[in-house]
Design a protein around this ligand. Structure first.
Ligand SMILES: C[S@@+](CC[C@H](N)C(=O)[O-])C[C@H]1O[C@@H](n2cnc3c(N)ncnc32)[C@H](O)[C@@H]1O
Length: 430
């Protein structure tokens, strides 16, 4: 089976079984021994089609009636072929001939001719330029960058300037740079950079966090596999690293990570505490606790204890005023990580936000009570709606005046080259 057929099967799986594209991609890469080049193409096509689906369907609708009503295999074959024609630097004849070959195999000569006709029309119109009506700017952005209109409306509340809104939406469709957090419990940053150099990998220090290193674009993860396996570093976005630095955990403290799995931030808390003190890392899903334990072991950390906990009832289980510092990295709508999980575009609904906010509010109330006086609470999310961020924090500060806001930041992919992220640092005064 050739690589495009694998792409087609993977895309059908994503659509038919409602599977997450990142998990499907991982499953295929583990199951089949793709070449490095095929791995790259496979990942690019699957993510690309999911991410740009609305635009691709818009283009297809120019040539066929109700493209979304076509059988799964035919629709996805057209989507992946049109994606290659419009977004990738692959010779058109190769895309057409591969597409037609698969169509003939699955649907006979008629379907082969049909696919051939559609793709040739797309190639002809690509040269003229594909027109999207601009009379409604929100709608235009939602088609051009493939977002539901409600998401564009939410983003519009963040950027009044239409050029910035467009640049932001564009950047959410592009992968963030591969960022590593150096495990300074095992190696210094300088030594690590020199090890990378020995492998011919250039890197830059992160401009927004202390122990983060940005690798040159397209560095294959396989090149740093040994460093990851031996716990010299972990893959972690700059935004997550920064959130923990804002918490500022110190040696000897007692810290709660309330929603901790898979443990990326817990292990960095331990690193900043130089592996001295106590960290309680909780999560509501028992199977995820193992991930935290495995991560800690790999990095040489032994101050983390894991616990199954529904943080919305945290005080009931743990009692009041127990921790010097608390990280509440809350479950959220995830709009800031769309570049890594494009399915979020299509799976999240505006109505979901209200339900998520209710949980975030209960988590925050519990975190507030669990914190000692003079303690620090960091609330963070990888999403961008005001409701889940500034609004919930403002509401919290009004309801609980014993807390003071010390720092509040937003990080954006088009500015900071990382995931979209929000962090608020609160101090308990009495
Ligand atoms: C944003 S993720 C945390 C990522 C983690 N802090 C890290 O850096 O690796 C949110 C986590 O909250 C957990 N969660 C959701 N609802 C929860 C609840 N009521 N109590 C505790 N954990 C919860 C989810 O299982 C998920 O693992």
């Amino acid at each position: 089976m050739n690589i495009r057929e694998h792409c087609l099967n993977a895309l059908i799986m994503v659509e038919k079984d409602n599977a997450y594209s990142n998990l499907v991609v991982k499953e295929y890469i583990n199951k089949y021994s793709f070449t490095t080049e095929d791995k790259g193409l496979f990942t690019n096509i699957v993510y690309g089609v999911v991410s740009h689906k609305k635009y691709l369907l818009f283009v297809l609708a120019k040539y066929i009636k109700r493209p979304h009503k076509q059988p799964f295999w035919l629709k996805n074959l057209l989507l992946l072929s049109v994606y290659q024609l419009l977004f990738l630097d692959i010779p058109h004849f190769a895309v057409v001939s591969e597409g037609v070959k698969i169509a003939k195999k699955r649907g006979g000569l008629t379907k082969g001719n049909f696919v051939n006709g559609v793709l040739r029309n797309v190639i002809r119109d690509k040269e003229k330029g594909i027109d999207i009506p601009k009379s409604n700017f929100g709608k235009y952005i939602s088609i051009k960058y493939s977002f539901p209109e409600w998401m564009v409306e939410e983003f519009g509340k963040l950027f009044k300037d239409s050029i910035e809104l467009e640049s932001f939406c564009n950047s959410l469709n592009k992968p963030v740079p591969l960022t590593l957090r150096v495990n300074t419990l095992r190696i210094s940053i300088e030594e690590f950079i020199s090890k990378l150099k020995d492998l011919g990998i250039e890197s830059d220090l992160s401009p927004i966090c202390k122990n983060g290193i940005l690798l040159e674009p397209k560095t294959p993860v396989s090149k740093i596999e040994d460093f990851l396996n031996s716990g010299l570093c972990v893959i972690q976005d700059q935004s997550s690293i920064r959130a923990v630095e804002i918490l500022g955990p110190k040696k000897g403290e007692k810290v709660l990570d309330m929603c901790a799995a898979p443990g990326g931030k817990s292990t960095y808390i331990a690193q900043l505490m130089e592996n001295h003190g106590e960290i309680l890392s909780c999560d509501i899903h028992i199977h995820k606790l193992k991930l935290i334990e495995e991560a800690a072991e790999k990095l040489g950390i032994n101050i983390i204890t894991t616990m199954l906990l529904d943080g919305t009832e945290g005080v009931k289980q743990l009692g009041k005023e127990k921790f010097d510092k608390i990280l509440l990295d809350a479950p959220c709508s995830g709009l800031g990580v769309i570049s890594s999980k494009p399915d979020i575009k299509w799976n999240k609904k505006r109505e979901d936000i209200k339900e998520i906010v209710k949980i975030q509010w209960k988590l925050l109330q519990n975190a507030g009570e669990l914190l000692k006086v003079n303690g620090t609470l960091v609330y963070s999310t990888c999403t961008l709606t005001k409701e889940e961020n500034e609004e919930i924090i403002t509401n919290f500060l009004q309801t609980y005046p014993q807390f003071k806001l010390e720092e509040e930041i937003r990080l954006y992919p088009h500015i900071h080259k990382c995931h979209g992220f929000y962090v608020a640092k609160l101090k308990k005064l009495r």
